[in-house]
Design a protein around this ligand. Sequence first.
Ligand code: MRU
Length: 366
Amino acid sequence: MGNPQTIWYNIEKNLVETIDQRYLPFQNLIIEISTLNEARTAITEMIVRGAPLIGVTAAYGMYLAARNYSGIEFHSEMNRAADWLKSSRPTAINLAFAIDEALSTISTQLTVPENSNLLLEYAEELKQREIGFSEKMGGFGLEIIQEIRRQKNGEPVNILTHCNAGRLATVELGTATAPMYLAHQAGIPIHVWVDETRPRNQGARLTAWELGEAGIPHTVIPDNTGGHLMQHGMVDLVIVGSDRTTLNGDVANKIGTYLKALAASDNGIPFYVALPSTSIDWNLNDGISEIPIEQRDGREVSMMEGLLVDQVHEFRILPEKSPVANYGFDVTPARLVTGLITERGICKASKEGILKLFPEKTSNND
Ligand code: MRU
């Protein structure tokens, strides 16, 4: 599989490298990031995407801003860099979380090179933290899969997922996919239904590629297929990721997640969300009214990209003059979520459930 990580600091070149996700699955290209602006562009252009990976990229971006700085107003410049990076994408809270943590590591008592070293250490530490979180979530989610397998007398467990909450959205293993990787490694037979995830097709292009590389049986389905499969007993479990989860357990994830949750609820199918605590917004209590939903370029809807013979082409798929709407995310209310799989365990999607796992957050939220 090559480097299992999706982003890394190249010491020899003194810059950051990452996979350019715009070209997968047709080409697996590595892109270099050596300035704050390149880090921001990587996020806005979705060279990197997925909440935890956006956070780690932003942390490296803060380091690059410091490393390249040569003026005399270092701290105000770092605050400007923070605001500039934060404005890159609005929904995933990991972005603001990582930037605020990065800012809190630097000090007016230190020189620019010292602060710059601290920021690189922070980015590396956040990366390791996310890897650890993925492993933990994987272990807890694995228990759910094992239990379903027992109930099915060893028959393959059919899991439906939406978008890409995999390795490519994190640093390693993923969030929603972490339990799948661990189940597969443990020899538990699983099969994954992969929602194609229009308009950018992160499921068809990225999740399918990832699962294929890992040898995990999977089938790509058009986004509207899940309900039908659920009605016919072909889905045992849904696991998705999250870009921002509020303290009351509402989950913002890729557009279309809510419809899967509704169908799962109607068919009595467990619907789990796997998320590291870096995706929890401790300040919000109502996802639908409070989480900012990104609206992206209409071209993502009107155009599609695909391979023709051996070349990638872009095609228009609707009348030139038809208006389009492109909401990037939706919010699944807590009542439709069976449980949240976090690095500390599985909890109810509620304030009480979340604070039981993260009691240190109680003081400012009671
Ligand atoms: O727009 P994207 O591709 O960044 O959206 C990604 C998702 O919605 C993922 O499901 C989410 O970030 C969870 S990532 C582990």
